[in-house]
Design a protein around this ligand. Structure first.
Ligand code: DGJ
Length: 727
């Protein structure tokens, strides 16, 4: 049994972890999350020590029992725990105190769902759900804590529901999704920061007293911080040490916080950021928090990542393309930007077909009046004058050449220079009378409004039904400011950030259900909304607007900590690269892009014969290695190049019979030293043949001694070896 209750203790077990809680004097305490300990009651770890200025709950005279120092499962504001709280509300009388006491529990087979929100689902795994009810008796405010235990995946999901059962209204000012109270502090905080065109750079720092936090108040999960955080023991490496991950299944504002306490414990919390958050609950109404995916690995960061890769790939991503091979695409953005027509696109398609590419994606600029980025958003009708014909003719033409056809949309945005804006200026998020902030010269549509969403939905459906469109790139190129909606009263404006995301999810659910055969790729100026929430709707997301293969090493390395290869949108682009001006070989560009969904984004009609031949070979390689890359286990063999002179990563098939090692050497050196790459995840007892050299070496040798990388004669050279078990 993955979940059971015994002697006031809750036990949650996965293959390699145990999670325990205890009901103590009516409070729900967090007892333990760590390596599997079976039935051992770990509550001996909690000591009631009298600490100065630590108050006691009503009715408790034992000075050592204070909410300030007890590890709490879901801390609420105002009853003597002065640390970071998960729940803060203001009642109709203006008071802010919530005293949560344990009421009951229920254990159910299967996985709970969260209405209107993305969440992990059961799939082929056995899953159990635990629901625990807590309550503030005085105000009749109930909190239901949800736990989904995916035993084999080593994942425990968490979410909660706050229900106002009182007569008067309640305003929820903060409702986080989870808290973990650790009894120790000697951990590192690993997070993934960045900026547009350089997302998810890994940073690791020791926890210090006080708060370490990352988050977003931009309305989107953002390029700047990713809603995935790891706490790990300070000696944890890729292969050893305890690591705790928390992935937020949400695409809007978030906070991930680690607070080291006065008694050297750590409180780790995650949830919707409370900036401009104020959710009103009338009698009987409830607020549901988004889900957090927790995972624990006792054997380092590599295993932690592999836990998330499987969970996200198989129990969060959905639809036909969750596992089906995605077409190798060519996108015209970096080839033409806004300057294209049917003739140009057909030329690209013809050449692409010759190279083995399978789909043409027409990016920004095909609709409304849109020859640059200042106009047209919101007018989702085809600009036939610009295209020089009908969309259907273009799509049919592309299909006749033998390619599938995909198209770009930016459904959440509106240009002031658009018919839609001229008709409905109040549909944009802006405050009447106040000049709005613009981003990329555009405003954001109020997606909290059903009428706004349905207008865009209908426009999109019309386009998608007008021709044989098999792919949609869903872009969103600015963050949210002027968050105010004409649809709700002044008291409820604090709900709009979240209602926007609920509206977005509602739209995505409807459009993906209506077009189940279309492959949807998410995008927000690259990876500005690269989060587990979006992956529920989009099985792949454009990873970054930075297509430089060397920059991508860093971005894809950071991305790999939480997200599977199948979600990482990655293309080969032209050199000199448009973002950095750097030139690297076609081989290197291919090796890097192949560790993703794989596609091209350059003008193939202008390529040299030599590069074209390389592309043909690359496509053959991609097809050959597809199963290994997409379904194999992923191993990071080095860092992202900040310390290591080369960046290496590897895929190993589930049966360990095959592996693909990828290396990019960053700098060629005179009289160069020999670099050795230590291969991982092989079967030590098996003999592997190296396809490229014909050598035969044991898994043990390759993992213990490693394998020498050939000396490279130029910067940024890539090298791959394919290992196959000798039967
Ligand atoms: C940002 C995206 O990330 C790019 O790939 C491209 O689609 C542009 N938007 C188009 O405006």
């Amino acid at each position: 049994m993955a979940i059971y209750y015994k002697n006031n203790m809750f036990y949650l077990h996965t293959k390699n972890s145990t999670y325990q809680m205890k009901v103590e004097r009516d409070f729900l305490l967090h007892v333990y999350y760590g390596p599997y300990v079976g039935e051992t009651d770990m509550s001996y770890l909690i000591k009631n020590i009298d600490r100065g200025f630590a108050g006691n709950p009503d009715g408790i005279t034992e000075k050592g029992f204070s909410l300030e120092t007890q590890p709490l499962e879901y801390p609420a504001y105002g009853t003597g725990d002065f640390k970071n709280d998960c729940l803060k509300v203001v009642y109709a009388d203006g008071s802010h105190v919530t005293d949560l006491k344990y009421v009951s529990y229920d254990i159910k087979e299967g996985k709970y769902a969260l209405e209107g929100l993305p969440a992990m689902y059961q799939g082929e795994e056995d899953v159990q759900t635990l629901e625990i009810v807590l309550k503030d008796e005085y105000k009749n405010l109930e909190v239901v804590l949800y736990y989904g235990v995916f035993e084999n995946l080593d994942i425990i999901t968490r979410a909660c529901k706050i229900i106002n059962k009182g007569k008067e209204k309640v305003n929820v000012l903060r409702a986080y999704s989870m808290c973990l109270d650790f009894t120790y502090k000697d951990m590192d905080f690993i997070h993934f920061y960045g900026r547009h065109a350089m997302e998810r750079t890994m940073e690791r720092t020791p926890l210090l007293h006080g708060m370490q936090s990352v988050g977003s108040r931009r309305g989107f999960s953002s390029h700047q911080h990713n809603p995935f955080v790891i706490l790990c023991k300070q000696d944890a490496t890729e292969e050893s040490g305890w690591c705790y991950g928390a992935s937020f299944v949400y695409s809007g504002n978030f906070a991930a916080e680690a607070e080291v306490t006065q008694v050297d414990g750590t409180r780790f919390t995650m949830g919707i950021h409370d900036a401009q958050f104020n959710f009103e609950l009338q009698q009987g109404e409830a607020f549901v928090t988004p889900e957090v995916l927790l995972s624990f690995s006792p054997v380092g960061l590599g295993q932690l990542s592999r836990n998330y890769h499987k969970a996200i790939r198989y129990n969060l991503c959905r639809g036909k393309y969750k596992t089906a091979r995605r077409p190798i695409l060519i996108n015209n953005w970096e080839a033409t930007y806004f300057d294209f027509n049917t003739e140009k696109l057909l030329d690209i398609a013809k050449e692409a077909k010759n190279l083995g590419i399978e789909m043409l994606v027409m990016d920004d600029g095909w609709f409304g009046k849109r020859d640059d980025d200042v106009s047209g958003l919101g007018d989702w009708f085809v600009n036939e004058q610009k295209l020089g014909g009908k969309l259907k003719d273009l799509v049919d033409g592309v299909n006749e050449i033998g390619l599938k056809f995909g198209i770009w949309f930016e459904p959440e945005m509106i240009s002031e220079d658009s018919d839609l804006y001229r008709a409905h200026p109040d549909w944009a998020l802006q405050i009447p009378g106040r000049a709005p902030t613009r981003g990329r010269q555009q405003l954001v549509l109020d997606f909290s409004r059903e009428d706004v969403r349905s207008c865009i939905f209908n426009q999109m459906c019309e386009i998608l039904e007008s021709a044989n469109i098999e792919y949609v790139k869903w872009d969103a190129n600015r963050h949210l400011t002027d968050v105010w909606s004409a649809m709700v009263s002044s008291e409820r404006q604090g709900e709009i950030f979240h209602r926007y995301i609920l509206g977005l999810y509602d739209f995505l659910e409807k459009i993906t259900q209506r077009f189940p055969d279309i492959l949807f790729e998410g995008c927000s100026g690259g990876g500005g909304r690269f989060d587990a929430g979006m992956m529920y709707y989009h099985p792949q997301i454009w990873c970054s607007d930075d297509t430089d293969a060397i920059e991508r090493l860093e971005i894809q390395y950071g991305t790999s900590f939480a997200y599977p290869i199948s979600t990482v949108g990655s293309h080969v682009s032209v050199c000199p690269n448009h973002q950095t001006g750097r030139t690297v070989s076609m081989k290197t560009r291919g090796v890097v892009a192949m560790s993703g969904t794989f596609g091209y984004e350059l003008d193939v009609t202008k390529m040299s014969e030599e590069d074209k031949q390389m592309v043909r070979e690359q496509i053959e390689d991609f097809k050959k290695y597809y199963d290994l890359i997409q379904n194999g286990d992923y191993y990071r063999l080095t860092d992202d190049g900040r310390k290591s002179p080369f960046v290496a990563w590897q895929f190993v098939s589930q049966d360990k019979k095959e592996a693909l090692v990828n290396v990019v050497v960053l700098r060629a050196r005179a009289n160069a030293m020999l670099h050795i790459v230590h291969i991982k995840g092989l079967d030590p007892e098996k003999l592997y043949s190296i396809e490229e050299t014909g050598e035969k070496l044991s898994g043990r040798a390759l993992m213990s001694g490693g394998y020498p990388i050939p000396i490279m004669e130029n910067d940024y050279q890539a090298w791959q070896i394919h290992l196959v078990v000798c039967e």
